[in-house]
Design a protein around this ligand. Structure first.
Ligand code: PLP
Length: 400
């Protein structure tokens, strides 16, 4: 009989992937479903990136590469960190892996010992706690709720640090809330971290380029250069360049950590897809102006969704600075009853009844560690979003 490892028993399948799959299954069964569960841009990968991949195939760039990335891509990443973040890395300090997810996981595998603690602000991206559990560590979940605009306060960070703290995972703009930290807010946190030299910083900057209203993105190693030697600055092609399926994530960090991560990769995944790596060189070195046009479209959708959700009875929705998510509260619906007599007792019941009644798929807040909320991805066509929000309004109005 099959018997899972102890490590596997500690974790659950990704709830966002499960929600996306549930919506896909219902659609395949013929139901009229609008999925607001996806964590990916609905835009296509830019043509100049696709062309670079096709050229790579034609030119025979189809073999194993250096384990943690081709030299051309590492150079493009060095230039990106300099250009966008004012960070100086040597190519030896760059790692490339099959997705941002793999970068984060490799870093944890390379550094975690049993019982090591990792501070994770909640709501969090679903994979952080489970990755920590897989590597034998202990996730320390620290609330960063609506009252602080879903941002961790320096006081809460200070209180969570113990002698066993190994990493602090920082994610701005955030999945699932879209909240992004200003330079001053980042500095308030890095000031705390500077007092605790044993704590390393994993900065997940995957949504760096998706910000609105002239928001200025800032990352910890840039704000506090003294943290450079213990910060892994993580980014990738998935969200900025609409390349989720290509599987390219990357990071810059201190040489010993980057080398340790390459060692992990050499005995597990080996290199990220060679073709995707050449495509990413084009993405990073190419004209970045399409990003602004895409952000304009995202911003219009954000504003539409925030307004329409706030018009739904029992729903309150903040207007976040970035990413393509909003994280509305459904507190005002808790305790109410659907016309079929189901009592909304949690955000999980809220989203499952919403799916049943109106065919709108969203992800319940408990999956991200903060209830009663739900995550709506607005990486969908504007008309579809309008339709979905009308359905949510109808659903909440039907509750008694
Ligand atoms: N970090 C955050 C905050 C994300 O939202 C995601 C994707 O959903 C990732 C990392 C992983 O990205 P990738 O698809 O490159 O593995």
């Amino acid at each position: 009989t099959f018997s899972p490892s102890d490590a596997l028993s500690r974790i659950k399948p990704s709830p966002t992937m499960a929600a996306t799959q549930a919506a896909r299954d219902l659609k395949a069964a013929g139901r009229d479903i609008i999925s607001l569960g996806a964590g990916e841009p609905d835009f296509d990968t830019p043509d100049f990136v696709k062309d670079a991949a096709i050229n790579a195939i034609r030119n025979g760039k189809t073999k194993y590469t250096a384990v943690d990335g081709i030299a051309e891509l590492k150079q493009a990443i060095v230039a990106k960190f300099k250009r966008d973040n004012g960070l100086d890395y040597d190519t030896t300090q760059i790692t490339v892996a099959p997705g941002g997810k793999a970068v984060l996981y490799n870093a944890l595998v390379a550094t975690m010992n049993r019982g090591d603690e990792v501070i994770i602000p909640a709501p969090y991206w679903v994979s952080y706690p489970d990755m920590v559990l897989l590597t034998g560590g202990k996730p320390i979940i620290v609330a960063a709720g609506a009252e602080s605009n879903f941002k961790l306060t320096p006081e809460a960070l200070e209180k969570a640090i113990t002698p066993k703290t190994k990493w602090f995972i920082f994610n701005s703009p955030s999945n699932p809330t879209g909240a992004a930290y200003t330079r001053e807010e980042v500095k308030a946190l890095t000031d705390v971290l500077l007092k605790h030299p044993h704590v390393w910083v994993m900065s997940d900057d995957m949504y760096e380029h998706i910000v609105y209203d002239n928001f200025e993105f800032a990352t910890p190693a840039q704000v506090a250069p003294k943290l450079y030697d213990r910060t892994l600055t993580v980014n990738g092609a998935s969200k900025a360049y609409a390349m989720t399926g290509w599987r390219i994530g990357f990071a810059g960090g201190p040489l010993p950590l980057i080398k340790a991560m390459a060692k992990v990769m050499s005995q597990s995944t080996s290199n990220a897809c060679s073709i995707s790596q050449y495509a990413s060189v084009a993405a990073l070195n190419g004209d970045q102006s399409f990003l602004a046009a895409r952000n304009d479209a995202f911003k219009t959708r954000r504003d539409l969704v925030v307004e329409m959700l706030n018009d739904a009875t029992g729903i309150e929705c903040a207007r976040p600075e970035g990413a393509f998510y909003v994280y509305p509260s459904c507190a005002g619906t808790i305790g109410k009853k659907t016309p079929e007599g189901v009592i909304i007792d949690s955000d999980e019941t809220f989203t499952s009844e919403l799916l049943n009644a109106e065919g709108v798929a969203a992800v319940f807040g408990a999956a991200f560690g903060l209830s009663p909320f739900f995550r709506v991805s607005y990486a969908a066509a504007t008309e579809e979003l309008r339709d979905a929000c009308t359905r949510i309004q109808r659903f909440t109005a039907s509750l008694q």
